[in-house]
Design a protein around this ligand. Structure first.
Ligand code: ZN
Ligand code: ZN
Length: 388
C-alpha cells in the first residue's frame, strides 16, 4: 500500500479505509456489473489468473522468502523481476513489508508485532493497515542488509508508479488489443488486486487462527493446506514460524507450495542457489518434541490416575527417541564429512545414507504413533495402552 501520511487525529487512517474498501467493491461489483452487461471473453479470466500468479509470486517468492527471510539467493535480474511483480500487489515497498514482517516473527504475539493475532482476527487481517499506528511502530527497521540492492533502491523511488503501471496500465493496454480495455482493467486490475490482498491478509489472520500446530504448539501460527491453495503455498504457517528461513513452507513433498517448487526448479539452472533447508531429523525431532509438550500440558490438566498410568511409558518413549535422534544426528555429521570430501559422488554411499535415514524414520514413527495413541487416550480419559 502506498505510504500515506498518518492522520494521527483518530483511530483510523481514513485514506486507507476508503482505498481498501473501494478496491474489493470495484473488483467484485464493478466486474460483476461489467460481466452482466458485456459478458465474459476467455481473455479476461486468463488475464486475472496470470496477473494473480505474477503478483502473488512477487510477494511469496520475492518479498517474503527472498527478501524478508533470505531463504535462498538469486541474481540481480531475478531480484528486479520479483520486485516488479511484488509491486503489482500494492502491499507497500519491500523495505517496509520486510521490516513489518521481520518484527512479526521476532516479536510474534506481543504488542510490537504489527499484525498480532492477540489483538483479534480483524486487526491481524486488515485492521493493522487501516489503523493509525504510533510513528515508533511504523518506522522501517532491521532491513539494512537489503538497502544496497539496486532493485530495492529503484523501487523505493518509484514504488507506486511501478505498481500502477504493471498492475493496472498494462492490463488496460492488453485489453485494448482484444477490444475490451475496461474488462481487462477490472478483471486483472481490481478483482485480481482484491484477491491478492485478502489472500495475503488471510495468512496473518486465518493462519494464526485455524489449523494444526504440528511443529510448535506454543505459537499461534497454524498450518492450513486450505489457505495454501490460494497463497502459492504460504498456508503452512506453523512450520514457517518455527523454521522461518527454510525456502519451503509446505515441507512435505506433496504439500501444495508452488513457490517452493519454482525456487527449487530454478536452482537446477543455477538461477537460484544456496537454498536453505532444515535437516530432516531436526524437523522430525521437533514434531516428536511438540507431541511431548502437548502431552505434558494434558497431564497437568488430567487427574492423577491418568498421569500415573501413562507418565512412565511416555518417559521411556522419550529416552528411546532421544537416543535415536542422537544416533541419527551423528550419522548425518558423518555423511556431511564424506560429502565435503567429495566421497558422496559414490552411489553406494548415497544409497546407504538414504537407507539409514529410512531406518531411523521408521523407528521414530513407531514412537510417534505410540505417543499419539497415548494422547488420544488421555483426551478420552481412557486407560488402554494399545501400544507397539
Ligand atoms: Zn505469522
Ligand atoms: Zn515469514
Amino acid at each position: 500500500m502506498k505510504n500515506f501520511k498518518l492522520n494521527n487525529k483518530g483511530k483510523y487512517n481514513w485514506n486507507m479505509v476508503i482505498i481498501l474498501t473501494l478496491i474489493p467493491l470495484i473488483g467484485v461489483f464493478g466486474t460483476g456489473i461489467y460481466v452482466y452487461y458485456n459478458g465474459v471473453v476467455w481473455q479476461e479470466p486468463l488475464l486475472l489468473l496470470v496477473f494473480w500468479f505474477l503478483s502473488g509470486m512477487g510477494i511469496t517468492m520475492g518479498y517474503h522468502r527472498l527478501f524478508a527471510h533470505k531463504a535462498y539467493k538469486t541474481n540481480a535480474f531475478v531480484e528486479w523481476i520479483l520486485m516488479i511483480f511484488g509491486s503489482m500487489a500494492l502491499e507497500n515497498t519491500i523495505l517496509k513489508w520486510c521490516s513489518d514482517h521481520r518484527v512479526h516473527h521476532t516479536k510474534a504475539e506481543t504488542k510490537e508485532d504489527p499484525y498480532s493475532i492477540t489483538e483479534g482476527f480483524w486487526h491481524a487481517h486488515i485492521g493493522w493497515i487501516v489503523k493509525n499506528v504510533p510513528e515508533e511502530n511504523s518506522r522501517v527497521r532491521g532491513v539494512k542488509d537489503l538497502t544496497n540492492k539496486s532493485a530495492i533502491k529503484f523501487q523505493n523511488k518509484y514504488y507506486f508508479s511501478i505498481g500502477i503501471l504493471f498492475g493496472f496500465i498494462i492490463p488496460l493496454a492488453i485489453g485494448f488489443i482484444y477490444g475490451r480495455p475496461l474488462g481487462a482493467f477490472l478483471w486483472a486490475g481490481f478483482l485480481r488486486l482484491a484477491i491478492v490482498h485478502h489472500a495475503t491478509f488471510f495468512i496473518n489472520s486465518l493462519c494464526h487462527y485455524i489449523g494444526r500446530r504440528t511443529y510448535d504448539v506454543k505459537s499461534t501460527a497454524r498450518d492450513s493446506w486450505f489457505v495454501s491453495w490460494f497463497t502459492f503455498g504460504e498456508g503452512y504457517h506453523n512450520y514457517h514460524h518455527k523454521f522461518q528461513w527454510d525456502y519451503r513452507n509446505g515441507v512435505k513433498w506433496f504439500a501444495y507450495d508452488p513457490s517452493k517448487w519454482i525456487i527449487k526448479g530454478l536452482s537446477f539452472f543455477g538461477v537460484t542457489y544456496d537454498l536453505k533447508k532444515v535437516k530432516e531429523h531436526v524437523i522430525v525431532q521437533n514434531r516428536v518434541n511438540n507431541i511431548k509438550i502437548q502431552l505434558s500440558e494434558m497431564f497437568n490438566k488430567s487427574g492423577d490416575g491418568i498421569r500415573n498410568y501413562y507418565q512412565n511409558k511416555v518417559e521411556q518413549l522419550h529416552i528411546k527417541s532421544e537416543r535415536l535422534f542422537a544416533l541419527w544426528s551423528d550419522m548425518e555429521v558423518k555423511y556431511a564429512e564424506q560429502l565435503s570430501k567429495g566421497k558422496l559422488k559414490n552411489k553406494e554411499i548415497l544409497k546407504s545414507l538414504v537407507n539409514e535415514r529410512k531406518r531411523y524414520k521408521e523407528q521414530i514413527n513407531l514412537i510417534k504413533q505410540d505417543l499419539q495413541i497415548i494422547m488420544s487416550n488421555v483426551q478420552k480419559k481412557r486407560l488402554q495402552p494399545n501400544l507397539s
